[in-house]
Ligand binder design. Structure first.
Ligand code: GRF
Length: 194
């Protein structure tokens, strides 16, 4: 069984989708750690409710990124983590973590990358007036949402859509897609033999 860590900074609805998929057996993995850089957010409650250990920290109490990533790395090692899923973690990953986990760390982003990387991807899509945006799961590299793309799903944007409408549609797709992609990445041989 592979051990995964989820990194989140907010509500953690994607984290919840991953928890649910593990509990139903759709995703064969154990979530051995939540890493969260925002004390008080809902993702932490979700971890508690499901008995998942969490490492919650405030970046501003560390001298720099290297210092908190060094501590994250220790926690990941203690939790024997094999693979990392970023799920709304609002921070660039630095070399301390990338050197250990490149190729074993993925992110979900609410656009069809390379369109609309970075913050407020849904706002960017509405601003651009596109009639289609989407969801991308990609490997994490040292750029902002620039790593190799694994899977993408398009989501329509309708004329009178607000950010909330698009966000809801995107979240529905994300919650289905992310656990499936994680299952494929963690169990590639089973997928190929089907
Ligand atoms: C998701 O839309 C994800 O694509 C982006 O951040 C959002 C996190 O939402 N990276 P949640 O915290 O999982 O609800």
């Amino acid at each position: 069984m592979k051990n995964i860590a989820v990194f989140a900074s907010g509500s953690g609805s994607n984290f919840q989708a991953i928890i649910d998929a593990v509990e139903t057996g759709e995703l064969e993995a154990e979530i051995t750690l939540l890493v969260c850089d925002k004390p008080g957010v809902k993702a932490i409650e979700r971890a508690e409710k499901h008995g998942i250990p969490s490492f919650v920290f405030s970046p501003k109490t560390y001298v720099d990124k290297e210092a908190f990533e060094t501590e994250i790395l220790e926690k990941l090692n203690d939790a024997e983590v094999d693979f990392i899923a970023l799920a709304g973690y609002m921070r660039l990953i630095g070399p301390t973590l990338l050197n250990e986990f490149e190729g074993k760390m993925v992110n979900i982003h609410p656009s069809l990358l390379p369109e609309f990387p970075g913050k407020d991807a849904i706002g960017q899509a509405l601003e651009a007036g596109v009639n289609e945006t989407g969801v991308t799961v990609h490997y994490v590299d040292n750029g902002m949402d620039t790593g190799p793309i694994i899977e993408q799903v398009a989501v329509p944007v309708y004329e009178d859509d607000t950010q909330n409408h698009v966000r809801k549609r995107i979240h529905e797709v994300e919650h289905e897609l992310y656990p499936k992609v994680l299952q494929k990445l963690l169990h590639p041989a089973e997928v190929n033999s089907n």
